[in-house]
Ligand binder design. Structure first.
Ligand code: AMP
Ligand code: ZN
Length: 495
């Protein structure tokens, strides 16, 4: 079983390396101790799938992927859940604007997310639940909140009654007199208190709706994440992540709901929030119109350089988006790849000439041990990726200095393995090439080919050639493309 600390032998003694994480709940860096031994249960708020994610969203996806990878490197078994918000006001408004169903809109942007995830080398989540798959769970939670006297019903809407919840503000330390903060709370005449929030929204004409004890309606956004977290991870769980914009009201409301429904004071042990990607010191956001989509950036730059850039700042701090920063990431990646070439080149020579150990072998072997230590001590300090990268640069300098004199291939292979393993935690695969141009044209072609095959399938169905129609669906299924027939026609998604 993994102990709360990570211990390892250094020189002649054991050093104990403790992972510390900044917990928004306490505003402190705390020792990381999972609730259940070696298992880490982690939930990260995923995208609202109404539009192309911007590169700021991609920062959030990337930093939590690196955090997860580092926890796994330390030996923890991580269950990683990140959702798709596929029903909310933004989804409904955009679907209406585009004349498609909410389900079709969600499918389109879930496919887009999966492509971005692949291009940014995000490790597949344990599961990516969709909110609409959990309506029964949501209704059950809202019923419990009402039953426990913490919710009230107004004409088919259900609200959380914050006055019944004295701990409200435990996460955000919200100040009711702060107008900027309170401006983020949805205005609504039916609420008894400005802080109250919708758990369930009564059906409006033309909106998707589900049955509930309060009549037809749909869930409030905050209820979605509380429910999916509990469903897949149980309560309490270890880590809940998301951008800093979610601290209030989204995560504050999640705590209130889960506590009120299930009687658990602290449904999540550590709350981790990423800083914003900024442009000219302003948060990048759709509403400010100061954004670049992840697609635009990934179509224009090497994907690995984009990933490296996104994790190059400490996750809790802001990170500025500009051309120079991306150019710098390209150079950094180049330096990493050159180091790999240097090592491989030397191994090839040694394979011809045979081994002969020298002083340089000892120096490179020592550098390979040292970089691991330095990398870990930076990452153990609340996932300090800039510090970890500085250790990698020092190591690369050692590689460049000593490789040409190293006489043993094993020492070189070890250096290569260590370099690859450590940058792998940042999401960089040093064996992969530049894929930006290929991938964007594959993306467009893939979409086109799938749409074309679905048209052929519709033609086959119309002419009652059901064998052909089924064959097309089955073959797409084998390729990981799931076709579903809805009342509005076929839709597809990547498995
Ligand atoms: P959304 O699709 O808007 O729900 O956002 C998905 C994730 O991106 C959430 O965790 C947000 O907090 C995060 N996010 C939104 N804007 C930014 C930004 N400018 N920089 C970093 N993360 C962001
Ligand atoms: Zn959420």
């Amino acid at each position: 079983m993994q102990t709360p600390f990570y211990g390892k032998q250094c020189c002649y003694h054991w050093v104990v390396i403790m992972l510390k994480v900044h917990n928004t709940l306490t505003r402190q860096k705390e020792e990381f101790k999972p609730l259940d031994g070696n298992n880490v249960r982690m939930y990260v708020c995923g995208p609202t799938v109404y539009d192309y994610p911007h590169i700021g969203n991609a920062r959030s996806f990337s930093v939590f992927d690196t955090i997860r990878r580092y926890l796994e490197y330390l030996g923890y078994r991580v269950q990683y859940v990140t959702n798709f918000t596929d029903i909310d006001d933004k989804m409904i408004n955009r679907a209406n604007e585009e004349g498609v169903t909410v389900g079709e809109l969600a499918n389109k942007f879930i496919t887009e997310y999966r492509l971005i995830a692949k291009q940014l080398n995000l490790k597949p989540a344990t599961i990516n639940p969709r909110a609409t798959e959990h309506i029964d769970d949501i209704v059950e939670m809202v019923e419990l909140i009402v039953k426990n006297g913490k919710g009230y019903i107004v004409n088919g809407d259900v609200y959380f009654d914050v006055s019944e919840w004295p701990r409200y503000g435990v996460l955000s330390k919200i100040n009711l007199d702060d107008e900027t903060t309170m401006a983020r709370v949805e205005a609504d005449d039916k609420k008894q208190d400005i802080r109250d929030f919708a758990l369930w929204k009564a059906e409006k004409p033309g909106e998707p709706s589900w049955d509930s004890p309060w009549g037809k309606g749909r869930p409030g956004w905050h209820a979605e994440c509380s429910t999916m977290g509990k469903h897949y991870l149980g309560l309490p769980f270890d880590i809940h992540g998301g951008g800093q914009d979610l601290i209030f009201p989204h995560h504050e409301n999640e705590i209130a709901q889960s506590s009120a429904a299930y009687g658990i004071d602290t449904p999540v042990k550590y709350w981790l929030h990423n800083g914003f990607l900024t442009i000219n010191s302003e948060k990048m956001s759709k509403s400010e119109q100061n954004f670049s989509t992840a697609r635009e950036v990934l179509d224009n730059y090497d994907h690995q350089a984009v990933r490296l850039y996104l994790v190059s700042g400490q996750y809790g701090q802001p990170l500025d988006y500009n051309d120079d920063a991306l150019k710098q990431a390209i150079q950094t990646l180049e330096r990493m790849k050159n180091a790999v070439d240097t090592i491989k080149g030397r191994i090839t020579i040694l394979e011809r000439t045979g081994s002969r150990e020298s002083e340089a072998d000892k120096k490179l072997a020592a550098a390979s041990r040292k970089v691991r230590e330095g990398f870990e001590s930076a990452m153990n300090d609340d996932f300090n990726t800039p510090g970890a990268l500085a250790e990698i640069f020092t190591f690369i300098r050692e590689i460049n200095t000593h490789s040409k004199d190293v006489g043993g291939a094993a020492v070189l292979r070890e250096a290569l393995a260590v370099l690859s393993e450590l940058v792998g935690i940042l999401g960089i695969d040093l064996q992969a090439g530049d894929t930006s141009e290929d991938a964007s044209s594959i993306t467009d072609s893939l979409r086109g080919v799938v749409e074309f095959l679905l048209e052929l399938r519709e033609t086959a169905r119309k002419s009652k050639d059901f064998a052909m129609a089924d064959q097309i669906r089955d073959r797409l299924g084998q390729l990981g493309i799931v076709v579903s027939d809805t009342k509005d026609g076929p839709t597809w998604k990547l498995e």
